[in-house]
Design a protein around this ligand. Structure first.
Ligand code: BG6
Length: 509
């Protein structure tokens, strides 16, 4: 079934104001892999400002030509659509390379002068977006220099915005400290804390599914929902990111950010308006309502694992502890599963089970909402226990879409039941160019719409909810860290976590 119903366009995409797009970490992986391909896609669809410049900042400067060549190579490697040379040239022509190192404050004074000249030449009106595509340790030092030199000060109608990548802090205390530091330099409305999950179509669609339809919200609560499962399973191992990952682990890397974005969209109360304040307040409230567990509870309600070598498809993966930059005694988890509860009227008594891991047999990101079973089996051929479970699945990757699982009658003279799935897949209905997911977010930063960005309070509420797990796991060390084989479904303890509640994870296929 591919006939789309009449479409309602709720947004009118307009070109952003003239501006400078200043990227710190211009020579790095993120700039090449995601930021530039997104700018390319925006340029290809006519959504970059007419008056625009890209300033690539690095600690060790390169010439404009070298930076442009390297960004062009990046585009060829990472663009999500065939690169049209004319479009690429138009974009790269706007790129200027500047050297600035927070360890040398004078380099920021020089940067300010160059930026101002460039802005006059390009008539960008002084609007600036500073994108920190750097390691997190550089967020505060760079922001301090931008603040000291006045580059972030909004004046004469010109806006100044600061885009901060994840990870935002490494625990509750460091996230608070970073928020405090940034908020001394800029105001909250100038900060865009990016989480690339919010650039994904299906993730944004959770809001539309829930609040633009009348039929789901009445059953979206503890009376009808048994529990919620949020899964982000990955096939890839840690690869060359050993040094970052070993200090981070699966919980910090994925849960307070990506999985909590999914959780908050599924669990939030309806906002009174579709604007940044209302939506972000509801998201922050639901995260703040996650019950804070004691360390003992956290240990009981969690599972952590670390992968051993194995084969995934054609790829042989070695033990995590043999990864480059990872020590042989590392107790860093590459898999985490948690049981959380939300203390409010809608969700009291409804567990949220979260799981995420690397080097697993299947790549799958989905939210599965398990509805309560029909209370009694009037079709006596099938007992209540044997009925197919009622699920709504929100698929984020690899299949984007929504599916419902329910019981139906098998054709024939007798009443025999079978579970079936009713599926909506994006690609069947909508023809969209493949995107990086960052386009929406970068475009939103340029038009000043921060609905899809994290506010200080939700970042802190997220860390507060995972802090007991971090503390308990740190104290436990190797004790309780389960090994699992690469290419498997993960540690067996994850099954146990649900089994003791009389539940099972939905089978991924
Ligand atoms: C990143 C994590 O934020 O998200 C990675 O640092 C992870 O470890 C990635 O692989 C997952 O993103 P996606 O979009 O592939 O689900």
């Amino acid at each position: 079934m591919t006939d789309a119903l009449p479409q309602t366009h709720l947004t009118n995409q307009k070109k952003p104001d003239p501006c400078s797009f200043v990227i710190f970490g211009a020579t790095g992986d993120l700039t090449h892999r995601l930021v530039m391909p997104s700018l390319y896609n925006l340029e290809a669809t006519g959504l970059l400002p007419d008056k625009f410049c890209v300033v690539g900042v690095a600690r060790k400067g390169t010439s404009n030509d070298d930076l442009r060549d390297s960004l062009m190579k990046g585009l060829r490697q990472y663009a999500t659509r065939p690169v049209d040379d004319k479009v690429a040239r138009r974009l790269l022509e706007c790129v200027t390379s500047i050297e600035a190192d927070p360890a040398d404050p004078t380099s920021f004074d020089a940067m300010r002068e160059r930026l101002e000249k460039l802005e006059t030449n390009r008539s960008t009106g002084g609007n600036r977006l500073f994108y920190l595509a750097t390691p997190p340790t550089a967020f505060a030092p760079i922001s301090r220099q931008l603040g000291r030199t006045g580059m972030l000060k909004e004046a004469n109608g010109a806006w100044r915005r600061l885009v901060v990548e994840k990870p935002f802090g490494t625990d509750l205390a460091s996230a608070k400290a970073l928020n405090d530091e940034l908020l001394q330099i800029v105001t909250e409305h100038q900060i865009y804390r990016i989480d690339h999950y919010l650039g994904k179509e299906t993730v944004q669609n959770i809001l539309v599914l829930r609040f633009a339809n009348g039929m789901f919200e009445p059953i979206w609560n503890r009376n009808h929902i048994d529990h919620v499962q949020i899964t982000v399973d990955e096939k890839l191992g840690v690869g060359h990111r050993g040094s970052f990952y070993d200090a981070t682990g699966a919980l910090r890397d994925m849960v307070p950010n990506h999985l909590f974005q999914l959780l908050s969209l599924v669990a939030m109360e309806p906002p009174i308006r579709f604007d940044a304040h209302s939506v972000r307040s509801e998201k922050a409230d639901v995260l703040a309502a996650i019950q804070t567990q004691s360390e003992t509870e956290a240990l009981r309600n969690s599972v952590r694992g670390q992968y051993l070598g194995g084969r995934i498809g054609d790829t042989e993966i070695e033990d995590y502890t043999r990864t480059e930059d990872v020590g042989p005694d590392s107790t860093t988890e590459t898999y985490a599963a948690l049981k959380l509860t939300i203390d409010n009227w809608r969700w009291a008594g409804v567990p949220f089970y979260l799981r995420t891991g690397k080097a697993l047999g299947i790549k799958r990101t989905e939210v599965a909402i398990k509805f309560k079973q029909a209370p009694f089996a009037m079709f006596n051929c099938t007992s209540v226990d044997a009925l197919a479970e009622n699920y709504m699945m929100i698929g984020v990757e690899p299949t984007e879409g929504i599916a419902l699982q329910f019981n139906t009658k098998i054709p024939g003279p007798t009443i025999t039941l079978s579970g079936v799935e009713m599926k909506f897949r994006y690609k069947d209905y909508f023809k969209a160019e493949p995107a990086t997911g960052y386009e929406t977010l970068i475009y939103d930063c340029m038009i000043g719409d921060n609905i899809l960005f994290q506010r200080a309070d939700s970042v802190e509420a997220g860390w507060k909810a995972v802090q007991p797990f971090l503390d308990a796991w740190k104290k436990a060390g190797a004790k309780g860290l389960e090994k699992y084989k690469a290419g498997s479904e993960g540690p067996t303890g994850a099954e146990e976590l649900l089994k003791r509640d009389g539940r099972t994870w939905r089978k991924l296929s």
